[in-house]
Design a protein. Sequence first.
Length: 203
Amino acid sequence: MTDQQKELALLAEEFEDCNQESGLHIQLVMNEPKAFDGFMAHYGKFSGVTNYIAMIGKKGPELDEKCGYYGERLVLKAQQLGLNTCWVAMTYSKVKTAFTVNSGEKLCIVISLGYGKNEGVPHKSKPVEAVTKANGPLPGWFRSGAEAALLAPTAMNQQKFVFTLNGNKVSAKAGLGFYSKIDLGIAKYHFEAGAGKENFTWA
């Protein structure tokens, strides 16, 4: 077993946990070269990618946010294992034999997996004040959560989300735009990690 196969096997354990917790139908697709072989993939600068995570779940208003939240959990786990990842919205070809979409489900988005040529570049972030609302000064944990959310990847680097504090309750709202609900799920996962789940509850 190669190092990458070992890492993917460890990642698969996290898949099971995420699927059980979320009710999603997340699948690991390996050795599928066609997904990133089209024009958009070349335009998006993907090369040599044959492994990816297919974020699949039951159709419904919460699907995008849920896929963002649990997908980012898997992204961070993959990075801990030494794998590079990239959220891929428009640049892959849907190879229907590579994964299973049951009746009532849909493929939401995919996340490429592999060893990158580099670690990528940091994106520009909005100031914390641009994505937060509170009646008074921001507690340290809330600011830490917002800062962590601003480090999260978002489609087109939009950062179209707002966190509002009311007592120890936090509400999170997505702005308008492509994939903004997926972005919100990603940002909420980062907010929890930065703020500490013990400090607040979601409103």
